[in-house]
Design a binder for this molecule. Structure first.
Ligand code: ADP
Ligand code: ZN
Length: 291
């Protein structure tokens, strides 16, 4: 049996299951402070005998196994979680192999294994929610360099009608600063779900997402692009992406048929937790190959 934690800014999902992606039990825990949230996480896993635990976490996180702070959450604006030693806390409690990656890398892994990118050796998974993040599978592996990618904070060209300053505390008008849920809410004065009838909202959203996707396509050339997160419940945004992306790319590279190329998650809301189970499985396999 494998354990999985999808650690988000508003809630944690914990689950047990197996490497086929089957989840047998799960719970949701509100994200408050580490002492409180982790206590519930630990209580949950104490009921089972798990062989490994996979964590897909909000970030930024330290994923460099050579680093002295490997396994920590690093520079998050959620101050109670800054420098929290996530992997160490789980390892000390359960003494099992622990897999650790970003929430969006976990979701990309879940989708590439069992979801919309099943059978493909590359994909990008993007969440447009409280923040914007993306994970990527490249040549069959999760993309990692010095650290993990932070594809939500790239720069985009402003929409001609957009005078909103942007919400990113680091860059103001980066992609996340202009297009995540809180930016939509602040720019238009209402929550996204209450702006359904306002076409200009979703046209602008599609304009920004199309630019980001063009950059991901030009740099990574993924075989599938998966868009999840609360904002993508507004399905009309897809139509604007399908309109703006070809205009931007302007036939420089050939794009597949877009409605099959840029899609919603095949695993729905379970992409992240399923990917976290797979991170647990990878950690277990790695441990075995060292022995
Ligand atoms: P999180 O990013 O915290 O994991 P979500 O992916 O649900 O959670 O994203 C939450 C954000 O998405 C909020 O800013 C919220 O306003 C927005 N959102 C959620 N549902 C919808 C919807 N149906 N339409 C538009 N925006 C939505
Ligand atoms: Zn930013």
């Amino acid at each position: 049996m494998l354990g999985a934690i999808e650690a988000g800014g508003t809630k944690f999902v914990c689950a047990v299951g197996d490497e086929s992606g089957k989840i047998t039990e799960r719970i949701q825990i509100p994200t408050t402070v580490p002492e409180e949230t982790m206590e519930s996480v630990i209580q949950f896993f104490k009921q089972y005998s798990v062989q490994a635990i996979g964590i897909g976490s909000f970030g930024p996180i330290d994923v460099n196994t050579e680093s002295p702070t490997y396994g920590n959450i690093t520079s998050t604006p959620k101050l109670a979680w800054k420098d929290f030693p996530f992997v160490q806390t789980i390892k000390e409690t359960f003494s099992v192999p622990v897999g650790f990656n970003t929430d969006v890398n976990a979701a990309a892994l879940g989708e590439a294994t069992f979801g919309a990118a099943k059978g493909l050796d590359s994909c990008v998974y993007i969440t447009v929610g409280t923040g914007i993040g993306a994970g990527a599978i490249v040549q069959g592996n999760l993309l990692q360099g010095l650290s993990h990618p932070e594809m939500g904070h790239i720069l985009v060209r402003r929409h001609p009608n957009d005078s909103y300053e942007g919400k990113c505390p680091y860059h103001h008008d980066c992609f996340e600063g202009l297009a995540a849920g809180p930016a939509i809410e602040e720019r238009w004065g209402q929550k996204g779900k209450d702006l359904v009838e306002r076409e200009e909202v979703w046209e602008m959203e599609g304009y920004y997402i199309a630019q980001a996707l063009m950059q991901y396509i030009l740099i990574l050339s993924p075989k599938k692009i998966i868009l999840g997160g609360g904002v993508m419940n507004q399905k009309q945004v897809f139509s604007y992406i399908y309109k703006f992306l070809p205009e931007l790319v302007n036939q420089y590279v050939s794009l597949p048929e877009l409605s099959g190329y840029i899609v919603s998650p095949g695993l729905g809301d379970d992409a992240g937790i399923t990917g976290s189970l797979l991170l647990a499985y990878q950690a277990l396999q790695n441990e075995k190959s060292y022995k």
